[in-house]
Design a binder for this molecule. Structure first.
Ligand code: PGA
Length: 252
């Protein structure tokens, strides 16, 4: 059985007080939910220590994720945060390859492969983001682009417990734009991603959770999550409201 997952990517938003309150609300509201969905929040680095102890104190069902990690293990890398530090602080997940990292910080597939290897070695579960830009979809190259993002990164992983990898399909044109992929577009790509993964890792294809991201909100989550190959969502904007985030989780 594939794991159902809803992950909130807070990006560079909230003060520590606001973030702590949001985490408290989400933790409280998830108590009454059935246990079949893994709920993850990914606050900014500065919030992780405080929110980690809060979640521990409350024996919360919510798991903690970072939004990024360094592509080196330790040493003279000013400003970076290592996978060991994230594991140490209580993270279970780390988002890797978000389109904002690829686009604004020049992260290539080669860099992302290093990050995923490090994350897996440290016992973290990477949430690996893939997705095409608007022009690539318009030129009908979306399958090719996504296949390349998978082949140059996931295909290169050797000897790791691949069961810990989560994939998030996030069409770049749908992120923060209010434009959502239709549930059919999402399903078509998710089924394709599963096939591409299956070509290299046959036993993994059915096991791996593939999340949809890009303007996912309470009003469209039911339809998206109703699709066979959509195992949950990576939620940006709507994850900053505890009510909306919980409504999305309840959409399963
Ligand atoms: P959005 O962001 O839900 O605000 O579109 C999704 C993401 O970037 O992960």
């Amino acid at each position: 059985m594939r794991k159902k997952i809803v992950a909130g990517n807070w990006k560079m938003n909230t003060s520590i007080a606001e973030g702590t309150l949001l985490a408290k609300q989400i933790s409280f509201l998830t108590k009454e939910l059935e246990a079949n969905v893994e709920v993850i929040i990914a606050p900014p680095f500065t919030h992780l220590a405080g929110i980690s102890s809060l979640l521990k104190q409350e024996a919360s069902k919510v798991s903690l994720s970072a939004q990024n990690c360094a592509d080196q293990l330790s040493g003279a890398y000013t400003g970076e945060v290592s996978v060991k530090m994230l594991e140490d602080i209580g993270c279970k997940y780390v988002i890797i390859g978000h389109s904002e990292r690829r686009e604004y910080y020049g992260e290539t597939n080669a860099i992302l492969l290093k990050k995923i290897e490090l994350a897996l070695s440290a016992g973290l579960s990477p949430i690996y983001c893939v997705g095409e830009k608007l022009n690539e979809r318009e030129e009908n190259r979306h399958f090719e682009v996504v296949a390349e993002q998978i082949k140059e990164v996931l295909y290169m992983l050797k000897g790791f417990d691949m069961n810990r990898v989560v994939v998030a399909y996030e069409p770049v044109w749908a992120i923060g734009t209010g434009k959502t992929a239709t549930s059919d577009q999402a399903e078509e790509m998710h089924a394709y991603i599963r096939r591409v993964i299956g070509n290299k890792f046959p036993t993994l294809a059915d096991e791996i959770s593939i999340l949809y991201g890009g303007s996912c909100k309470p009003s469209n989550a039911v339809e998206l999550f109703g699709k066979e190959n959509v195992d949950g969502g990576l939620i940006g904007g709507a994850s900053l409201s505890a009510q909306d985030f919980i409504a999305i989780i309840k959409s399963f």
